[in-house]
Design a protein around this ligand. Structure first.
Ligand SMILES: O=C(O)CCC(=O)C(=O)O
Ligand SMILES: [Fe+2]
Length: 325
């Protein structure tokens, strides 16, 4: 269990990818990306081309969703493929801490029941659990539109990473065929004064995939742990995403890039916090191992190769079982 102590310093790095998107300085963006990721696997992303109205729009959809009556939300309970609604305290992202004070709704690529991955009951593949259109008009369209935008942005980040790793820009594309990418809406109610010792909005954890593109509202409360163990506040920066690297990145880079632990505590006594992470992950069967550019001549890679699916299943089970314990 990580004992909660509020941080004193703030997260700093900002990556501006406008010179990548307009093609004026792709090498420069890749170099800056590499420099930041070797220091900390968390940064603010600006110049990303997604309209602030769309960013505000999806946070508004999150507010609308969580304002639905409890029985409606519970009727959309998370299914075997990991899609749908989870009430407060359904997950313990730090398995040694009390369950998280957040409610959440997850959706991913819509796959038909006849799809081979769904037939094989692979976790995180299958139909989504949308609320009735009449209950929340426009919600589904807004989520699908936003998911497509952040998905495209996550592909840009993979291309930047490929150039930073001395590979071809589309090097990773084959690993992302039918990816396990997931969009999550989150709601953290104001944290009551008295909760179980060390219970916070979202316990300390790392993310399990490649990149997470996180959109947070102005409430604040996200905290990031550096490789040296210090906790930093990742304060909301208007118009920016917070990007963090997931567990696949240290495997690819032999630990040169970090997958930092992070957590959330809504410290406001009256404000509700909403956030919308998009977890970019690979195809279930994609195998990850140390990239040639990051191999050291004097020893084996520090992390065992694994498939994205193996890692996802392990982490999914660990964090949900802990909440039931
Ligand atoms: O709500 C946030 O700011 C972060 C959420 C998060 O870290 C997660 O869902 O993995
Ligand atoms: Fe996370």
């Amino acid at each position: 269990m990580v004992q909660y102590q509020p941080p004193v310093r703030s997260l700093q790095p900002v990556l501006d990818i406008a010179p990548w998107l307009d093609g004026t300085n792709r090498q420069g963006v890749a170099r800056e990306f590499d420099r930041i990721c070797r220091e900390i696997g968390f940064f603010y992303l600006v110049g990303h081309g997604i309209d602030t109205a769309d960013m505000r729009g999806i946070l508004h959809e999150a507010q609308r969703f969580f304002a639905l009556p409890d029985e409606v939300k519970r009727s959309l309970a998370i299914n075997a493929s990991g899609r749908g609604y989870e009430p407060l305290a359904a997950q313990a992202l730090d398995p040694d801490s009390p369950p998280d004070l957040k409610e959440s709704w997850l959706c991913g690529t819509e796959l038909a029941a006849s799809h081979p991955y769904v037939m094989a009951a692979l976790p995180n593949h299958g139909p989504n659990r949308w609320p009735e259109e009449a209950l929340l008009p426009g919600f589904r369209a807004a989520c699908e539109r936003y998911r497509a935008q952040v998905h495209a942005l996550s592909e840009t980040l993979m291309s930047i990473f490929a150039i930073a790793a001395d590979a071809a820009e589309d090097h990773f594309a084959p690993l992302f065929h039918e990816p396990m990418a997931t969009l999550r809406l989150l709601h953290y109610p104001p944290q009551p004064g008295r909760v179980i010792a060390n219970q916070i909005g979202c316990g300390a954890h790392t993310d399990w995939g490649c990149f997470t593109l996180l959109l947070q509202d102005e409430t604040g409360g996200l905290e990031v742990q550096t490789a040296h163990g210090e906790w930093l506040l990742a304060e909301p920066l208007p118009g920016a995403f917070v990007v963090n690297l997931g567990d696949m990145m240290p495997v690819w880079t032999n630990g040169a890039y970090h997958s930092n632990a992070h957590r959330v505590r809504n410290r406001s006594p009256e404000r509700h916090r909403y956030s919308v992470p998009f977890f970019q992950d690979l195809n279930y069967y994609s195998r990850i191992e140390c990239l040639p550019a990051f191999r050291t001549p004097d020893g084996p890679p520090r992390f065992a190769p694994r498939t994205a699916g193996e890692h996802f299943e392990l982490m999914f089970r660990k964090t949900r079982e802990a909440a039931l314990a």
